[in-house]
Design a protein around this ligand. Structure first.
Ligand SMILES: [Zn+2]
Ligand SMILES: [Zn+2]
Length: 183
């Protein structure tokens, strides 16, 4: 859904949408598994920055919920996560803050982004919000043992014999000494 400044000049826009999986591209590592439910409203905020300088901001207030599937950072298994967040965001026209002007309204409670041209694509905002809501490193469980760095076995499923030859630098130093003694 494209939110047009021209429309917001007339009235605020309410939305309540179910976006099917695939509509929002969250990158190769994140798959959307259930419809993406997003609700809220968009309205225009006019910032008066002087007699002839009115900046038209878009304020976006709402929330979303969906389920995504990611990869465990340790064992690479699929991990499903429910994501449900609310947001209160301000988008200013791109470039308007370039001259370092002070904002005339207090925006301490909100986050500020920028829009280009004549509006804002809601899907882009939602994508950003999902990525912000997810942890940088996702693990399937705190106890996940991950993959063996040597043989690649999933250590949650089976053990391997690589542990003894772990490539710890301290061990390889001992190994060097041992080799020298043998010669
Ligand atoms: Zn894992
Ligand atoms: Zn192994």
């Amino acid at each position: 859904m494209f939110i047009k400044i021209k429309d917001l000049e007339l009235r605020k826009i309410e939305f309540d949408q179910n976006l099917e999986p695939g509509l929002i591209d969250m990158g190769a590592d994140i798959q959307q598994k259930t419809p993406f439910h997003a609700w809220g409203r968009a309205e225009l905020i006019r910032e008066n920055r002087g007699a002839r300088n009115v900046v038209e901001d878009i304020r976006l207030v709402g929330g979303f919920s969906t389920q995504v599937e990611l990869r465990c950072a340790r064992c690479l298994d699929a991990v499903k996560r429910d994501v449900r967040e609310s947001f209160d965001l301000i988008y200013r026209p791109q470039g308007v803050d370039a001259r370092g002007e002070e904002s005339s309204i207090s925006l301490a409670e909100t986050e500020i982004g920028y829009y280009q041209g004549d509006g804002l694509l809601l899907e882009d905002v939602l994508k950003e919000q999902v990525l912000l809501a997810l942890p940088v490193k996702q693990v399937c469980s705190a106890e996940c043992r991950g993959l063996c760095p040597q043989c690649g076995r999933n250590l949650n499923m089976e053990d391997c014999d690589c542990v003894a030859t772990m490539s710890d630098p301290r061990w390889s130093a001992l190994e060097d000494i041992r080799k020298k003694l043998e010669h």
